[in-house]
Design a protein around this ligand. Sequence first.
Ligand code: SF4
Length: 443
Amino acid sequence: MALSGIQIYKLLPQTNCKDCEFPTCLAFAMKLAAKQVELSLCPHVSEEAEAQLSEASAPPVRPFALKSNGYEVKAGNEVVLFRHEKTFYSHPGLFLRVYDSQSADDIQAKVKPADAYKVDYVGINLEMSGFVVQAAGGDFAAAVKAVREVSHRPLILIGEPDALKAGLAVLDGSEKVMLCHATAENWEIMAALAKEADAALSIAADNLDEMVELSTKVAEAGVKDIVLSPKQRGFRGTLLANTVARRMALKSSFRPLGFPIINFPGDAGDAATEVILAGQAIGKYAGFIVMDHFTPESAYPLLVLRENLYTDPQKPIQVQPGVYEINNPGPDTPVLVTTNFSITYFSVANEVESAGVPAWLLVTEAEGMSVLTAWAAGKFDAEVIAKDVKRFNVADKVSTKKIVLPGHTAVLSGELEEELPDWDVKVGPREAVDLPAYMKQAV
Ligand code: SF4
């Protein structure tokens, strides 16, 4: 049963030592009650209290990751139903499915373009997460092998226990896969197989009552990384099953449903319905999403949707501060200045790059704020700019020292001249779109 903040506080040492980086034990207890921190942050909890608190402090949706060859697809660890309440943590994995009834050539022809797909989206790589091999009367081990020959991404294996055993035998044992599905009929053998392979195990049930029964049995058999696979399909069925399961896990701390969820938009058959179902699954609580079709034009909107939902709204997307080269700048090329908010950086960089104008672009540390916001917050001023000019050795790259401020911060030019007395400080246009013309004429 969930404990209140005060109940948790009574079990903490109450020394306010701040080792957990909270000012008081009470503040930490409140966060723990809201499941926004882990108990392990307090190193001073007694064993007795830890035992009592472990249930209250366990994440409501069990976190784990599928892993292979340096790739990782994390799932679970969510604490809110709506992103505006805090944030969503584990990006749902998009997996492309092949069948063992396909030839190795056909499997590889499907896997290769999805494996190679990569798009730079404001500094973030958008990629497919992994692949699913499903038994369909063919040679399961050969199908797994065919996928592994052309992709190192994590795998989900679907089939009867014997097929899964054969598929696992192809892998080197170091990766963490998901096995599908334990049912009311086969759960004992599937649980034993998952334990032996240290794999995650999905459980499939017709309704949530049966799901609860099955997840309890599988957990008691010693499987920790359980995945819920509701058999309900279609827009209404999936939405209902996912929402009720997640709501029960988060609002009622109901452990039997406190696991990541797998959905199968690919079962829809046609590619257009599949994409819409996948969009719904991204928005409503799927941790793993199985698709049957891959095209760049269908993957892109799904991955962008996922990125937008699974980005912490309190942390703007940022690029690394530093000096970026655009169109092979030389010693006479001016230095443009901007902040490390990704969208600001890409607006400036794309305008200058596409105009074919060379530039050094100094990106300052501004906690991911845009130019005007950072200036208003005191994160983008002459001192900060001068500090980063020195920190990134900008003077070593140029002989003609011209530095261009964003037009909105013209007010900083006087102070910057004082901070950088040997530089020619200029004021650029207010909008990035006007930079190419400005640079051709004024610099
Ligand atoms: S580390 Fe533990 S004892 Fe110290 S303030 Fe935090 S909760 Fe209290």
